[in-house]
Ligand binder design. Structure first.
Ligand code: URA
Length: 232
């Protein structure tokens, strides 16, 4: 990998800033001062910037408990974005894996591991996602069967079988294995229910246990290993 890319991925600065550091002789690889931005380094290289050893980590994985009012994007001219909640990690070029609506709360994964994100979002991966929905009028038990055979959405798409558990009159837990646009809200709407509150409580095995809304943490090694099983 090019030295300038290595340094910007490591969060040292923008590509322009790190190129200047390199040109100014502030960067060494092993015992040599390197002044060429395209100098090739590996993850094992000992790179120092201003005599400080860079602790290079290629990938970052964050679990965020998304609050309402934020859109699942890296930047936007009109709305707050989930990246605003993880300010310290912006420099690592992380992005949300999939989308939650602006008014949906709960489990959101962010990473700069592009191939993992791609695999998790692939229609073939069938990663399970569990939501708790609050609806606008009392739930019928018939929905359990209707959801388990595959709901047909307004555009004619037939959803994969989904598991519905009725919690009480107005609340249900729904597990789906795909991620179509506004899928949960549209599934309920098919049967005349408006979702007035939606929380994602689980993404694969990840939950927001211990995280208040707006809080986040890095995944543990065990959680990362488990997610990486989804890469084909
Ligand atoms: N389904 C929806 O309708 N909204 C979300 O935010 C996530 C799933």
């Amino acid at each position: 990998m090019r030295l300038d890319r290595y340094l910007s991925n490591a969060g040292i600065g923008t590509r322009k800033e790190v190129k200047k550091l390199i040109k100014d002789g502030k960067v060494s690889v092993g015992d040599l001062i390197i002044k060429e931005s395209d100098y090739q380094v590996t993850f094992n290289s000992k790179v120092h910037v201003l005599n400080k050893l860079i602790n290079y980590k290629e990938y970052y994985y964050l679990l965020l408990n998304k609050p309402k009012g934020y859109i699942s994007a890296t930047e936007d001219n009109y709305h707050k974005v989930v990246l605003d909640l993880v300010e310290d990690y912006k420099k690592y070029h992380i992005a949300p894996v999939g989308r939650l609506d602006i008014d949906t709360t709960g489990v959101m994964l962010l990473t700069n591991h592009g191939s993992l994100a791609h695999s998790l979002l692939s229609p073939k991966s069938h990663v399970s996602k569990t939501y708790v929905a609050e609806v606008n009028h009392p739930l019928s038990k018939d929905l359990i069967g209707l959801f388990s055979t595959g709901v047909t959405l307004d555009d004619g798409y037939k959803c994969l079988p989904a598991q519905l558990k009725i919690i009480d009159n107005l609340h249900a837990e729904l597990t789906i294995h795909e991620g179509k646009f506004h899928q949960v809200k549209r599934m309920f709407l098919t049967f005349g229910y408006e979702v007035i509150n939606l929380e994602r409580t689980k993404f694969d095995d990840l939950t927001c246990k211990g995280l208040s809304q707006g809080e986040y943490r890095e995944l543990t090694d065990e959680e990362i290993t488990h997610l990486l099983n989804h890469i084909k």
